[in-house]
Design a protein around this ligand. Sequence first.
Ligand code: ADE
Ligand code: ZN
Length: 329
Amino acid sequence: MTDTPQTPKLELHLHLEGAAPPAFIRDLAKRRHIDISGIFDADGHYSYRDFPDFLRVYEAACTVLTSPQDFYDLTLAVLEQSAQSGVIYSEAFLSPDFCGGGDVIAWRDYLAAIEAASRDAEARMGITLRGCITCIRHFGPEKARQIARCAQETAGAFITGFGIAGDETRFHPSDFTYAFDAAREAGLGLTAHAGEWGGPESVRAALEHLRVARIGHGVRAIEDPELVAQLAETGVVLEVCPGSNIALGLYPDWASHPIDRLRRAGVAVTVSTDDPPFFRTDMQREHDRLTQAFDWDDAVFAGIAQTALGAAFCDTATRARIAKKLEAP
Ligand code: ADE
Ligand code: ZN
């Protein structure tokens, strides 16, 4: 395998709990006497059959994360791994649903722990983290309102975004306009998972009803040339996670993944890992595979890093700081 050099990377689409190493979750389960042995295979990796099963395994893993200290440890472990892959700036999806069940008071305690780990990681490893609060689509619009309230209450220098993840085939974006309007009013950047398990119409609906600047995945826009042209013209940024799409069976292999076709059509694409241990990937591996599949060179990756920098939901001072690191890594 040809290894691309460790160019500085920005990652915009990473689920904090989804980045939990299986050993971390297994160890917590053991200490808490919770039996989740069924979610691992014989080699200790997460084991799932398809996307609905992935969500089930993901949520089972989350049941062992029960205290702010767990999230401090998790955040530090995840940032260590990201930094090893050359990531200098990361935006993580944070789910109050899995941090005290969406209660605002509990959420503040969990958030304080995540922020403390972020500060410690930045001091030790130079990696910057920002949080994007995320509601879970299949938990429904009422729950999403509650999560939007958590976002409104904690928006600031660290919490800079709001999004929606989960099962895209459930409910409709118009069911979540209240939550997204509230997050927009709080000054948060907006993103929505769409065009992964739903087709182009799902991307159109997210853009129309949620008025997001970024789309999580969005790759199935490729099925509609008019939508591709619209994305290119309006500069909506796609948080593409190719390894995730392939591991979950959306595309059979790297050669058939549409990221290169989208990029060539002028769509602003970025590269992320989504839930790296679930898909046995990391940011360096994503870069290596893209180099192999599409002959991407340093100039392409540098362009993608600039796209991610422009689309990051951080304040101007942070963006300028990261820009300097990109100029002189
Ligand atoms: N939550 C974690 N990973 C996800 C994915 N790939 N799609 C939707 N929701 C998710
Ligand atoms: Zn995701």
